[in-house]
Ligand binder design. Sequence first.
Ligand code: HEM
Length: 201
Amino acid sequence: MIAVTSPWLWYGTRATAVVGLVLLTASAILGIFTNARLGWKLWPRWATQELHRRSSILALVFITTHVATTVFDSYVPVHLTSAVLPGTSPYERWSVSLGTVAFDLLLTVLISSLLRNRIKIEWWRALHYLTYLAAPIAVLHVILLGTDAKKGSHWLLLVLAICVASAAAAFVLRILRSLKLRGHTTAPPQRSPERLRPRSR
Ligand code: HEM
């Protein structure tokens, strides 16, 4: 393979990683909003769902570019196999592997969504929940491998903290919302005052 390296490739790796991370967070929050059946007059549910779909595809485009520039830049020995097979990177084996696992999980979610009409909905839903597993693994990858995070530079950690906090807030909102919806469906049906009134003969 041809050895190519340039600081621009490295800037590319880092810029696409951060944009991918932010888009991934936005997509996760929009997914949670769709699932929680949140919708307003001026912002219907289908708009959230559509934005969720598009932002997840865009996030994967950026993350795939992040992986491609990493593999292409010969400054670090990370080969194509390490992009999909965890534990195969000679460079920072375990921190890169965390990224690989998160990437594999997200690819599984994407493929299952593309095949949504051909697989059982229960399967699709179960595979979609892999996002909740991918998120903390990706966060660990960023903390352990990101140049700025390793140096203790504040901006990357701040972006990461905002992403984690906003996704966690959306998740809590989803739990509260589903508890509320469940409460509505399990409450005994109200008797209408009409039926309570004694019948007149
Ligand atoms: C869901 C998947 C992934 C996400 C969200 C992600 C995100 C990130 C982020 C935000 C950074 C920090 C960038 C910075 O320092 O400014 C980073 C660093 C890095 N990632 Fe990933 N990544 C993912 C998968 C991968 C995979 C599969 C590989 C390997 C093939 C990889 C290789 C790297 C490398 C080598 C760095 C260090 C770059 C540097 O020198 O700062 N990542 N990643």
